[in-house]
Design a protein around this ligand. Sequence first.
Ligand code: URA
Length: 439
Amino acid sequence: MRMYDIINRKKHGYALTDDEIRFFVEGFTKSEIPDYQASALLMAICLKGMDENETAVLTDAMLHSGDAADLSSIPGVKVDKHSTGGVGDKTSLIIGPIVASCGVPVAKMSGRGLGFSGGTVDKLESIPGLRTEIGSERFRAIVRQTGIAIIGQSGNIAPADKKIYALRDVTATIESLPLIASSIMSKKLAAGSDAILLDVKTGSGAFMKTLDDSIALAQAMVSIGSRSSRRVMAVITDMDAPLGNAIGNALEVEEAVDTLQGHGPDDLTSVCVELASYMLLLAGVAKDIKECRKLSQGAIKSGEALNKLHAMVEAQGGDVSALERGLAKAPLMTPFTAATSGYITGMNAEMCGMASLALGAGRARKEDSIDYGAGLILKKKTRDRVEVGETIALMYTSESGRFRDAKESLSSAVSIGDAPPHPVKTVLAAVSEQGVTML
Ligand code: URA
């Protein structure tokens, strides 16, 4: 078999055979296929697509390129959640504890942020002492003891995806439905949970900018999941504007704690209750989603979900009293103010993420270090009225030179007009094997 022929066949729009797909994944993972041929194939896939079978085989080949986690020693239906990425998305820190406090074990592997989009591991590491690099034995023991652990992805989970993703990142081949679906599902299936809830973001801060594209991605992932005999559902949530008011690691942890105390922002709270409820439904805790919503809301109200977060932080070596006192914000703060009076008509999530990155909250390159207390607190959101000079956001950083770029990004993120736009729903649809339900 020759890589040249595989590229050529995909270039002409033919479906690749199972053997051809496995030849590519195995050869590229072992570095027997050079980057230039892998890039050409990825671009051909981007332009010509893949059918359902090709996407499933690609996922399976990537999943079996490394280790698969074995969670069988943890009793109960283990439920995982994956978000396709976003700005201000601290949902894992909130829904993991909600679900665990309802008796469903959460054994979660999460990623770091890259570019404008944040990552749960970085957020957790802003809690003093907390470790996310934990061996698999200890990881399982924490889940058995406390019901929840969130750690970084172990080195050998889906290594093919790691290599392919890195190449896609620099060859403009990220935005491809079969490549995104297989990348996410290979990692999630290898992470070993029995059920998976996918939070597919839609809008300006998401890979999928339209609802139709987001539903198509969700359907592709649900179909891969059911071929692997896992329970998989997807919820489509809005990422046109940042989620909640905090963007940046320690700032987001604070907001997650506020939300678990019952006074989080409405958009964040409603997305979290919905996601947690679908996780409970997948775990079979209650028969219908209404019952699951009651359980999720009850876990916040009773304080049980917050107790679970504390238990997890402690088990992972973190300082719970620092969390209770409030994590430190970066020492320098400047407000970003309205240049004109009117209504906020849009707050581009990606540009807000870029502003937070400019303040030091993220990495422009993998090797960059993070200023954990840096980021933004939004004081106004889309549809709010602002007067000229009024504060829209507070910008936090440890280096004053960073304010200029952040301000520039925020200026292009925020648009102000004469009338407020129509409200948008934060949770738009649920996708299961049975079909799509608009919410
Ligand atoms: N997240 C992933 O893990 N992979 C993609 O391709 C896109 C988002």
